[in-house]
Design a protein around this ligand. Structure first.
Ligand code: AMP
Ligand code: MG
Length: 315
Protein backbone atom coordinates (compact mmCIF):
# COMPACT_ATOMS: atom_id res chain seq x y z
CA UNK A 1 0.00 0.00 0.00
CA UNK A 2 1.21 3.46 -0.78
CA UNK A 3 0.91 6.06 1.92
CA UNK A 4 0.83 9.51 0.47
CA UNK A 5 1.82 12.60 2.24
CA UNK A 6 1.87 15.94 0.47
CA UNK A 7 2.40 18.57 3.07
CA UNK A 8 2.99 21.48 0.73
CA UNK A 9 0.06 23.37 2.12
CA UNK A 10 0.43 22.32 5.71
CA UNK A 11 4.05 22.34 6.64
CA UNK A 12 6.29 25.30 6.31
CA UNK A 13 9.90 24.91 7.02
CA UNK A 14 9.97 28.42 8.31
CA UNK A 15 7.68 30.54 10.25
CA UNK A 16 7.87 34.22 10.85
CA UNK A 17 9.00 34.90 14.33
CA UNK A 18 7.29 38.23 14.73
CA UNK A 19 4.62 37.76 17.32
CA UNK A 20 3.40 41.32 17.60
CA UNK A 21 1.81 43.22 14.78
CA UNK A 22 3.28 46.53 15.77
CA UNK A 23 6.49 47.76 17.26
CA UNK A 24 8.08 50.97 18.45
CA UNK A 25 10.72 52.94 16.57
CA UNK A 26 11.91 56.02 18.44
CA UNK A 27 8.70 57.65 19.61
CA UNK A 28 6.58 56.25 16.79
CA UNK A 29 4.56 53.08 16.84
CA UNK A 30 4.81 51.34 13.47
CA UNK A 31 2.29 48.88 12.20
CA UNK A 32 3.56 45.74 10.49
CA UNK A 33 1.34 44.85 7.55
CA UNK A 34 1.11 41.11 6.88
CA UNK A 35 -0.46 39.35 3.93
CA UNK A 36 -0.50 35.67 3.03
CA UNK A 37 -1.47 33.88 -0.16
CA UNK A 38 -1.23 30.53 -1.83
CA UNK A 39 0.92 31.03 -4.89
CA UNK A 40 3.44 28.86 -6.79
CA UNK A 41 1.72 25.86 -5.21
CA UNK A 42 2.59 26.84 -1.67
CA UNK A 43 2.05 29.40 1.11
CA UNK A 44 3.61 32.79 0.62
CA UNK A 45 3.74 35.79 2.90
CA UNK A 46 4.90 39.39 2.89
CA UNK A 47 5.49 41.59 5.91
CA UNK A 48 6.40 45.24 5.90
CA UNK A 49 5.60 48.51 7.58
CA UNK A 50 4.86 49.80 4.09
CA UNK A 51 1.34 48.78 3.15
CA UNK A 52 2.19 48.75 -0.58
CA UNK A 53 4.73 45.94 -0.12
CA UNK A 54 2.45 42.90 -0.36
CA UNK A 55 0.75 44.00 -3.59
CA UNK A 56 4.05 44.87 -5.25
CA UNK A 57 5.72 41.61 -4.16
CA UNK A 58 2.80 39.31 -5.02
CA UNK A 59 2.36 40.91 -8.47
CA UNK A 60 5.98 40.13 -9.22
CA UNK A 61 5.83 36.57 -7.82
CA UNK A 62 2.74 35.93 -9.97
CA UNK A 63 4.59 37.26 -13.04
CA UNK A 64 7.39 34.73 -12.47
CA UNK A 65 4.92 31.91 -11.78
CA UNK A 66 3.20 32.67 -15.09
CA UNK A 67 6.54 32.35 -16.90
CA UNK A 68 8.01 29.37 -15.08
CA UNK A 69 5.25 27.02 -13.90
CA UNK A 70 5.37 23.66 -15.69
CA UNK A 71 1.64 23.28 -15.04
CA UNK A 72 0.39 26.57 -16.51
CA UNK A 73 -0.47 26.24 -20.17
CA UNK A 74 1.28 28.99 -22.10
CA UNK A 75 4.02 29.53 -19.55
CA UNK A 76 7.43 29.56 -21.23
CA UNK A 77 8.43 26.39 -19.40
CA UNK A 78 5.22 24.65 -20.48
CA UNK A 79 5.86 25.64 -24.11
CA UNK A 80 9.49 24.51 -23.98
CA UNK A 81 8.46 21.16 -22.54
CA UNK A 82 5.78 20.73 -25.20
CA UNK A 83 7.66 21.98 -28.27
CA UNK A 84 11.30 21.38 -27.35
CA UNK A 85 12.27 24.95 -28.17
CA UNK A 86 11.30 28.53 -27.30
CA UNK A 87 12.25 32.13 -27.68
CA UNK A 88 12.85 32.96 -24.05
CA UNK A 89 12.24 36.05 -21.93
CA UNK A 90 15.23 37.59 -20.10
CA UNK A 91 13.91 36.03 -16.84
CA UNK A 92 13.84 32.49 -18.19
CA UNK A 93 17.21 32.95 -19.92
CA UNK A 94 18.70 34.15 -16.64
CA UNK A 95 17.29 31.30 -14.54
CA UNK A 96 18.41 28.64 -17.01
CA UNK A 97 21.91 30.13 -17.16
CA UNK A 98 22.09 30.19 -13.34
CA UNK A 99 20.77 26.62 -13.19
CA UNK A 100 23.58 25.59 -15.55
CA UNK A 101 26.14 27.21 -13.25
CA UNK A 102 24.88 25.28 -10.21
CA UNK A 103 24.62 22.11 -12.30
CA UNK A 104 28.30 22.43 -13.21
CA UNK A 105 29.40 23.32 -9.67
CA UNK A 106 27.35 20.49 -8.15
CA UNK A 107 28.72 18.00 -10.65
CA UNK A 108 25.21 17.35 -11.97
CA UNK A 109 23.44 16.83 -8.62
CA UNK A 110 21.34 19.90 -9.32
CA UNK A 111 19.67 19.38 -12.66
CA UNK A 112 16.44 21.04 -13.83
CA UNK A 113 15.97 18.37 -16.56
CA UNK A 114 14.54 15.96 -13.98
CA UNK A 115 11.05 16.63 -15.47
CA UNK A 116 10.54 13.14 -16.98
CA UNK A 117 11.75 11.52 -13.74
CA UNK A 118 9.38 13.67 -11.66
CA UNK A 119 6.54 12.48 -13.93
CA UNK A 120 7.65 8.86 -13.69
CA UNK A 121 7.69 8.83 -9.90
CA UNK A 122 4.25 10.48 -9.85
CA UNK A 123 5.44 13.68 -8.21
CA UNK A 124 3.93 15.80 -11.00
CA UNK A 125 0.38 14.43 -10.83
CA UNK A 126 0.50 13.01 -7.27
CA UNK A 127 -0.08 9.45 -8.56
CA UNK A 128 2.93 8.19 -6.66
CA UNK A 129 4.60 4.93 -7.55
CA UNK A 130 8.24 3.76 -7.77
CA UNK A 131 9.10 3.18 -11.45
CA UNK A 132 10.76 0.05 -12.83
CA UNK A 133 14.54 0.03 -13.52
CA UNK A 134 13.79 -0.05 -17.27
CA UNK A 135 11.58 3.04 -17.02
CA UNK A 136 14.27 4.86 -15.06
CA UNK A 137 16.90 3.89 -17.61
CA UNK A 138 14.79 5.35 -20.43
CA UNK A 139 14.14 8.58 -18.50
CA UNK A 140 17.83 9.00 -17.68
CA UNK A 141 18.61 9.05 -21.41
CA UNK A 142 16.64 12.31 -21.72
CA UNK A 143 17.99 13.82 -18.49
CA UNK A 144 20.97 16.17 -18.38
CA UNK A 145 21.46 19.91 -18.70
CA UNK A 146 24.16 19.27 -21.30
CA UNK A 147 21.24 18.47 -23.62
CA UNK A 148 19.70 21.93 -23.16
CA UNK A 149 21.12 24.35 -25.73
CA UNK A 150 21.03 28.01 -24.74
CA UNK A 151 21.64 30.49 -27.54
CA UNK A 152 22.34 33.92 -26.13
CA UNK A 153 22.64 35.50 -29.58
CA UNK A 154 18.91 35.10 -30.25
CA UNK A 155 17.62 34.32 -26.71
CA UNK A 156 16.44 30.85 -27.63
CA UNK A 157 16.48 27.60 -25.70
CA UNK A 158 16.08 24.17 -27.20
CA UNK A 159 16.30 20.53 -26.20
CA UNK A 160 18.74 18.19 -27.86
CA UNK A 161 16.62 15.07 -27.31
CA UNK A 162 12.90 14.54 -27.71
CA UNK A 163 10.78 13.97 -24.64
CA UNK A 164 12.92 16.17 -22.40
CA UNK A 165 11.24 18.37 -19.79
CA UNK A 166 12.58 20.97 -17.41
CA UNK A 167 11.19 21.54 -13.93
CA UNK A 168 12.12 24.79 -12.17
CA UNK A 169 10.60 23.70 -8.84
CA UNK A 170 13.97 23.95 -7.09
CA UNK A 171 14.78 27.45 -8.18
CA UNK A 172 11.78 29.48 -9.39
CA UNK A 173 10.49 30.37 -5.92
CA UNK A 174 13.87 31.79 -4.95
CA UNK A 175 14.09 33.75 -8.19
CA UNK A 176 10.53 35.08 -7.77
CA UNK A 177 11.50 36.38 -4.33
CA UNK A 178 14.60 38.07 -5.75
CA UNK A 179 12.43 39.78 -8.37
CA UNK A 180 9.90 40.84 -5.74
CA UNK A 181 12.64 42.32 -3.54
CA UNK A 182 14.07 44.22 -6.52
CA UNK A 183 10.64 45.74 -7.19
CA UNK A 184 10.21 46.67 -3.53
CA UNK A 185 13.52 48.51 -3.61
CA UNK A 186 12.60 50.28 -6.86
CA UNK A 187 9.50 51.52 -5.03
CA UNK A 188 11.56 52.87 -2.15
CA UNK A 189 10.62 50.09 0.27
CA UNK A 190 13.62 49.26 2.44
CA UNK A 191 12.21 46.89 5.05
CA UNK A 192 10.24 43.69 4.42
CA UNK A 193 10.15 39.93 4.68
CA UNK A 194 9.14 37.99 1.57
CA UNK A 195 8.53 34.27 1.85
CA UNK A 196 7.40 31.63 -0.67
CA UNK A 197 7.33 28.10 0.78
CA UNK A 198 10.73 27.35 2.31
CA UNK A 199 12.38 30.38 0.74
CA UNK A 200 12.72 33.73 2.52
CA UNK A 201 14.42 37.06 1.90
CA UNK A 202 14.87 39.56 4.73
CA UNK A 203 15.08 43.05 3.26
CA UNK A 204 16.72 45.64 5.49
CA UNK A 205 15.99 45.57 9.18
CA UNK A 206 12.96 45.53 11.40
CA UNK A 207 13.17 49.01 12.93
CA UNK A 208 16.95 48.88 13.15
CA UNK A 209 17.20 45.31 14.38
CA UNK A 210 17.72 42.16 12.31
CA UNK A 211 14.65 40.24 11.26
CA UNK A 212 14.32 37.05 13.30
CA UNK A 213 13.35 33.92 11.37
CA UNK A 214 12.53 30.68 13.13
CA UNK A 215 13.59 27.41 11.50
CA UNK A 216 11.00 24.75 12.09
CA UNK A 217 12.30 21.26 12.80
CA UNK A 218 11.67 18.54 10.23
CA UNK A 219 9.32 16.66 12.55
CA UNK A 220 7.29 19.88 12.70
CA UNK A 221 6.96 19.58 16.47
CA UNK A 222 9.22 22.45 17.36
CA UNK A 223 11.90 24.77 16.17
CA UNK A 224 15.43 23.84 15.18
CA UNK A 225 16.66 27.36 15.86
CA UNK A 226 16.34 30.98 14.88
CA UNK A 227 18.23 33.14 12.42
CA UNK A 228 18.89 36.88 12.54
CA UNK A 229 18.94 38.25 9.02
CA UNK A 230 19.52 41.57 7.25
CA UNK A 231 19.55 41.71 3.44
CA UNK A 232 19.98 37.99 3.17
CA UNK A 233 18.21 34.95 1.74
CA UNK A 234 17.54 31.60 3.36
CA UNK A 235 16.21 28.38 1.86
CA UNK A 236 15.34 24.98 3.25
CA UNK A 237 14.97 21.74 1.33
CA UNK A 238 13.56 18.81 3.24
CA UNK A 239 12.22 15.30 2.80
CA UNK A 240 8.93 16.19 4.51
CA UNK A 241 7.52 18.54 1.87
CA UNK A 242 6.29 15.98 -0.64
CA UNK A 243 6.85 12.25 -0.28
CA UNK A 244 5.23 8.85 -0.24
CA UNK A 245 6.03 5.67 1.64
CA UNK A 246 6.00 2.27 -0.04
CA UNK A 247 7.08 -0.95 1.70
CA UNK A 248 8.49 1.10 4.57
CA UNK A 249 10.69 3.22 2.30
CA UNK A 250 10.22 6.95 2.12
CA UNK A 251 10.54 8.41 -1.37
CA UNK A 252 10.87 12.18 -1.47
CA UNK A 253 10.35 14.68 -4.31
CA UNK A 254 14.02 15.49 -4.85
CA UNK A 255 15.63 13.22 -7.45
CA UNK A 256 19.24 12.15 -7.81
CA UNK A 257 19.74 12.86 -11.53
CA UNK A 258 22.63 10.38 -11.74
CA UNK A 259 20.58 7.38 -10.63
CA UNK A 260 17.03 8.52 -11.35
CA UNK A 261 16.13 7.48 -7.80
CA UNK A 262 14.58 9.63 -5.09
CA UNK A 263 17.57 11.25 -3.33
CA UNK A 264 18.78 9.33 -0.31
CA UNK A 265 22.03 11.01 0.70
CA UNK A 266 21.29 10.77 4.42
CA UNK A 267 20.15 14.39 4.65
CA UNK A 268 16.61 14.92 5.94
CA UNK A 269 16.72 18.70 5.75
CA UNK A 270 19.18 21.45 4.87
CA UNK A 271 19.04 25.17 5.49
CA UNK A 272 21.26 27.48 3.49
CA UNK A 273 21.95 31.22 3.59
CA UNK A 274 23.06 33.19 0.53
CA UNK A 275 23.13 36.78 -0.72
CA UNK A 276 20.25 36.06 -3.11
CA UNK A 277 17.31 33.69 -2.91
CA UNK A 278 17.80 31.94 -6.27
CA UNK A 279 21.24 30.79 -5.15
CA UNK A 280 19.99 29.73 -1.71
CA UNK A 281 17.09 27.81 -3.27
CA UNK A 282 19.23 25.94 -5.82
CA UNK A 283 21.98 25.24 -3.33
CA UNK A 284 19.67 23.75 -0.70
CA UNK A 285 18.28 21.32 -3.27
CA UNK A 286 21.76 20.43 -4.53
CA UNK A 287 23.04 19.74 -1.01
CA UNK A 288 20.01 17.56 -0.30
CA UNK A 289 21.08 15.38 -3.25
CA UNK A 290 24.83 15.47 -2.55
CA UNK A 291 24.75 14.73 1.18
CA UNK A 292 26.68 16.45 3.93
CA UNK A 293 30.34 16.17 2.89
CA UNK A 294 30.01 16.94 -0.80
CA UNK A 295 27.33 19.51 0.07
CA UNK A 296 29.70 21.41 2.35
CA UNK A 297 32.37 21.34 -0.35
CA UNK A 298 29.86 22.78 -2.85
CA UNK A 299 28.76 25.59 -0.49
CA UNK A 300 32.40 26.66 -0.11
CA UNK A 301 32.60 27.26 -3.86
CA UNK A 302 29.72 29.78 -3.83
CA UNK A 303 30.56 33.32 -2.67
CA UNK A 304 28.53 34.41 0.37
CA UNK A 305 26.81 31.02 0.80
CA UNK A 306 26.66 29.39 4.21
CA UNK A 307 25.10 26.15 5.39
CA UNK A 308 23.20 26.94 8.56
CA UNK A 309 21.80 23.56 9.41
CA UNK A 310 21.89 19.99 8.16
CA UNK A 311 19.49 17.53 9.72
CA UNK A 312 20.55 13.95 9.12
CA UNK A 313 18.20 11.10 8.43
CA UNK A 314 17.68 8.85 11.46
CA UNK A 315 19.63 5.66 10.86
P1 AMP B 1 13.21 22.33 -3.35
O1 AMP B 1 11.98 22.15 -2.54
O2 AMP B 1 13.60 23.76 -3.59
O3 AMP B 1 14.36 21.52 -2.86
O4 AMP B 1 12.88 21.80 -4.82
C1 AMP B 1 12.37 20.52 -5.05
C2 AMP B 1 11.78 20.52 -6.45
O5 AMP B 1 12.86 20.66 -7.40
C3 AMP B 1 11.11 19.23 -6.82
O6 AMP B 1 9.75 19.26 -6.48
C4 AMP B 1 11.32 19.21 -8.34
O7 AMP B 1 10.40 20.09 -8.95
C5 AMP B 1 12.69 19.81 -8.51
N1 AMP B 1 13.82 18.84 -8.43
C6 AMP B 1 13.83 17.55 -7.97
N2 AMP B 1 15.06 17.02 -7.99
C7 AMP B 1 15.88 18.00 -8.49
C8 AMP B 1 17.27 18.06 -8.76
N3 AMP B 1 18.10 17.05 -8.51
N4 AMP B 1 17.77 19.22 -9.29
C9 AMP B 1 16.95 20.26 -9.56
N5 AMP B 1 15.64 20.25 -9.32
C10 AMP B 1 15.10 19.15 -8.78
MG1 MG C 1 15.44 24.65 -3.86
Amino acid sequence: MIKVKSLKFLVLSFTFCTLSFSFITGCQKQELHKESRIIMGTFAGVKSTDERAARIAFDEIKRIEDLMSKYKEDSEVWKLNKRGRISASPDVMYVIKKAKEIWLLSNGAFDITVGPLMDLWGFSDKKYSPPSPAQIKRALKITGLDKVIVNEANNSIRFNASGMKIDLGAVAKGYAIDCAVKKLKENGITSAIVRVGGEIYALGTKAGRPWVIAIRSTDKKGFAGTLEMVDRAVSTSGNYEQFFIKDGIRYTHIINPKTGMSANSGVAGVTVLAPDCLTADALATAIFVLGEDKGRALAKKIPGAQIKLIIKERQ
